[in-house]
Design a protein. Structure first.
Lengths: 124, 396
């Protein structure tokens, strides 16, 4: 593994994405797109009481978009809905270590998608 | 993904730049420590440099059937292209002509020069191309008016490899009395260039795409073409391009031209066609640009639906394969490729392409590994993607 643009942690999440794939019987889901570069991210959640019991993602995007998607699912899993809603895009980028400055916009999808999924739950 | 740990990098980004050939390096070496003179100096060291400069000029001139005094050395293809657009534009402004015709698939150094010229009051026409990237010569004819000074067209496209019919366009321009410039940075030594037969007035060449050094370019200016210098100073290059000549670079440039061969072109074309044939078998993939003789012998550019080019490129890099992508995410300005846009790739697929560009040094073994690796990468990334593609059962 030899890539000077991204750190080890980012590359790990990119190559071994956590909680990836379709979720059967999701309680809520949300899809957000990044108009800047055409990335699309989908978050699916399963809720038990007020906790996120399970969470999955699917992303079409660059390395940073896939890695931040994977990271946000790890961060949100097991958290209460209120806690999960407070996760910001900055938190996700920070948890990954660092992103190249030009790539920061790619990380803006992850927390947005999560928030949108939680909000759609409240509307039900 | 199978990968032997000690495998060297597979370099498939030769349209960006190439490795300097060892014979080129060897030819350049004496000009650093021994023959380091300034070609303008009157002493023996200077004369030695001057001689090497003129010998190199002869080599470049001969390769495109120009006369030696029609070749002017520059710092790069970018400089040569800037020089053409600005130098021809301003030198001829007094004639009342202020119109330049170019295409939507030029290199940024032409497009951004043209945009700058628009701010100076020039009028620019950016011609459309068809879905394989070809300029229709009759579009060129129709765009020429009595205000037109110059037509500038890229010979072999750097992204999708389309080779334009410069002979037909050259004839049209000559008949209409309009200067014709060809940007041959990618095509030089790969596609025949004959400035007499093809009616070319200006041709941009450079060294580092053909296993020569970076930092050297050239501009062919047909005798009689009215163009003002871009760089003013000590009047080198027949007062047309000032600055002490980059002798070691120019000597390397000439050597790179000398070692180019038709055998290498055939070898690259064969590997290109194998890559195209095999990558086409990946479902929902599409070749950008034409097939066959009208494509640069070293260019492969594929679109893969539902994945992002930057991610494909990063995965290839992790697997020691150097490639390039036109996706927004990998560019400085976060805009997708203007070339893919011009050939009609849909907005949704604009960020999904990857370019592989060969050199004479790539091997069939490398290509086999690339095909297998790429297939696995696309499969893996599509598993992550929310877009579900319909498969006809030919792929896992």
């Amino acid at each position: 593994m030899n890539n000077l643009v991204y750190n080890k942690n980012v590359l790990d999440h990119f190559q071994n994405p956590r909680n990836m794939g379709v979720m059967e019987n999701a309680d809520a889901e949300a899809t957000v797109g990044n108009p800047t570069c055409g990335d699309v991210m989908k978050i699916m959640i399963k809720v038990e009481g007020d906790r996120i019991e399970d969470i999955n993602f699917q992303t079409m995007g660059c390395v940073a978009a896939i890695a931040t998607s994977s990271m946000v699912t790890e961060m949100a899993k097991g958290k209460s809905l209120d806690e999960a809603k407070k996760i910001t895009n900055k938190d996700v980028a920070k948890a990954l270590g660092e992103l190249p400055p030009i790539k920061v916009h790619c990380s803006n999808l992850a927390a947005d998608a999560l928030k949108k999924a939680i909000e759609s739950l409240n509307k039900k | 993904m199978s990968l032997s740990i000690n495998m060297e990098k597979i370099y498939l980004d030769n349209a960006a730049t190439t490795k300097v050939d060892e014979r080129v390096l060897k030819a350049m070496q004496p000009f650093f420590l021994e023959k380091f003179g300034n070609a303008s100096s009157q002493h023996s060291l200077g004369q030695e440099a001057e001689m090497a400069l003129e010998e190199s000029r002869d080599v470049i001139a001969k390769s495109i059937r120009a006369k030696s005094d029609e070749i002017f050395f520059t710092s790069s293809g970018t400089e040569s292209n800037n020089w053409v657009i600005k130098g021809v534009g301003f030198e001829n402004l007094a004639s009342g002509k202020n119109h330049i015709i170019t295409t939507k698939i030029e290199h940024d150094c032409i497009l951004n020069s043209c945009r700058w010229m628009e701010k100076q009051g020039f009028e620019i026409t950016y011609l459309d191309v068809d879905k394989e990237g070809f300029v229709n010569p009759s579009d060129v004819r129709n765009a020429i008016s009595d205000k037109t000074l110059l037509v500038s067209v890229i010979h072999g496209n750097n992204e999708i490899g389309t080779i334009q019919d410069i002979e037909t366009i050259g004839k049209i321009c000559r008949d209409k009395g309009v200067y014709f410039h060809v940007d041959a940075c990618q095509s030089y030594t790969k596609v025949p260039i004959d400035v007499r037969k093809q009616n070319l007035d200006l041709v941009t060449l450079n060294a580092h795409k053909i296993n020569g050094p970076k930092g050297v370019g050239a501009l062919y200016i047909r005798e009689g073409v009215k163009i003002s210098p871009l760089i003013h100073g000590g009047n080198q290059e027949s007062k047309m391009r000032s600055g002490t000549e980059n002798i070691h670079g120019i000597v390397g440039f000439a050597k790179a031209v000398k070692i180019s061969s038709s055998g290498n072109i055939r070898k690259m074309a064969k590997l290109r066609d194998k890559l195209i044939r095999e990558i086409s078998k990946i479902p929902h993939s599409k070749l950008n640009g034409p097939e066959g003789d009208k494509r640069l012998c070293n260019n492969i550019n594929f679109l893969f639906e539902a994945v992002e080019g930057e991610a494909v490129g990063a995965y290839l890099d992790i697997n020691k394969i150097c490639s390039s992508t036109g996706s927004a995410c990998s560019s400085h300005n976060l805009k997708p490729s203007h070339v893919l846009k011009a050939i009609g790739v849909s907005p949704m697929n604009l960020n999904s392409s990857i370019r592989l560009s060969l050199s004479k040094d790539n091997t069939e073994k490398e290509i086999d590994y690339v095909i297998e690796t790429l297939r696995n990468i696309i499969f893996k990334l599509r598993k992550v993607s929310p877009f579900k593609l319909k498969y006809d059962g030919k792929e896992k």
